[in-house]
Design a protein around this ligand. Structure first.
Ligand code: E4P
Ligand code: PEP
Length: 357
């Protein structure tokens, strides 16, 4: 349910609605837009009061709310996800990430500019990370990726340097001014990863790890939420809803390919995600063509296709010597390949009316 406030309503009117909702055992999430404030209502509001009756509206509750000062109307949200839905928040959400290497000191994910996030799949050594960070920064990347806590299908695979990897990422940030994105895999690691990261990454394998979603939702850090490898859009947006409903509005979705019967690629990049998510949700969406294809020869074409389809950023794996990478070498671009991709990406962004940083 959504309470739409009048454009000229006062702060007291909004407070009054929030208090009214609280007294009914409900929670109001205000969203302040350029035109007006709308308040998403979470809790049981169905006619029978049955749990989960979030879409239907108890007629008395609806009428009482509509009679409060400053309220214009009360609407039903048709989707099972509420705070993530475009209905709740008609304007695009822009997530700000502090980034020292840009003159403004912050990059806006979800605005007109397409953002480049790049770096190694996994932090391996100081030399490997610094060489990659320097090279991608030189070409214009503003956010450095690198895994310190790595998911691994095999228990014998490399699982990352842990906190030592986070420290190396912090060193690269201090040297090159780039913001850092890195994966967090357990709720207990959230405080530690928050000390080092500017963006928390939730990997595909953890998209439905609800305790982890709750834990990152209790921070205010930007969260990149990767699509589960067989998740529908609805499941993905409900996962985002977990983070939002804990009070963290800074959610960024990431299309990283889904599992299909096709064996020529590691995953199948779902390019329809960009325009479709834009219709369903106000949240920014970014593209990971490295995981999405598993093949470095396809990373460039899928990057360009993602920009044309509306991605807000690219997340790309780059390695100084991919053949020796401890993880995901086959899908990591060489430094030269990354250098060639940048002007192409900028040209496509310009062609679809976007800028590129
Ligand atoms: C991401 O970088 C993951 O750690 C990696 O893709 C996992 O690969 P695996 O499933 O082969 O272990
Ligand atoms: C990654 O980007 O490091 C990663 C593990 O990706 P995904 O969760 O999409 O497999």
């Amino acid at each position: 349910m959504i309470v739409v406030m009048r454009s000229n309503c006062s702060d007291e009117n909004i407070e009054h609605v929030l208090t009214f909702l609280k007294n009914q055992g409900l929670t109001g999430h205000p969203s302040v837009g350029a035109e007006r404030t709308i308040i998403g209502v979470l809790g049981s509001v169905g006619p029978s009061g049955a749990p989960g009756g979030l879409g239907g509206i108890n007629p008395t509750l609806g009428e009482n709310l509509e009679s409060l000062p400053g309220v214009e109307s009360v609407l039903r949200v048709s989707k099972p996800y509420k705070l993530a839905s475009r209905e709740f928040h008609p304007e695009d959400t822009i997530v700000d990430v502090p980034t020292a290497c840009v003159s403004e000191g912050v990059v806006h994910i979800g605005g007109n500019a397409v953002i480049m996030m790049a770096g190694p799949c996994t932090v391996e050594t100081e030399k490997q990370l610094m060489t990659t960070a320097e090279a991608v920064r030189k070409e214009g990347a503003v956010i450095l990726r690198g895994g310190a806590f790595k998911p691994s299908t095999s228990p014998y695979g490399f699982r990352g340097l842990g906190e030592d990897g986070l420290k190396l990422l912090a060193k690269a940030r201090a040297t090159f001014g780039m913001a850092v994105i890195t994966e967090v895999m357990t709720p207990t690691d959230v405080p530690l990863v928050c000390e080092y990261a500017d963006i928390l990454q939730i990997g595909t394998r953890n998209m439905q790890n609800y305790m982890l979603l709750d834990a990152v939702g209790r921070t205010q850090k930007p969260v990149v939420l990767k699509r589960g490898m067989s998740a529908t859009f609805e499941e993905w947006l409900l996962a985002a809803e977990y983070v939002l409903s804990q009070g963290n509005p800074n959610v960024i979705l990431c299309e990283r390919g889904i599992r299909t019967f096709e064996k020529a690629t590691r995953n199948t990049m779902d390019i329809s995600a960009f325009p479709l998510i834009e219709r369903l949700s106000h949240l920014p969406i970014i593209s990971d063509p490295s995981q999405g294809t598993g093949r470095r020869d396809l990373v460039g074409p899928m990057s360009l296709a993602s920009i044309a389809a509306g991605t807000d950023a690219l997340l790309i794996e780059v390695h100084p010597n991919p053949d020796e990478a401890l993880k995901d070498g086959a899908q990591s671009l060489t430094l030269d390949q990354f250098q060639s991709l940048m002007p192409e990406a900028q040209a496509v962004a310009r062609a679809v009316g976007r800028t590129f940083i």
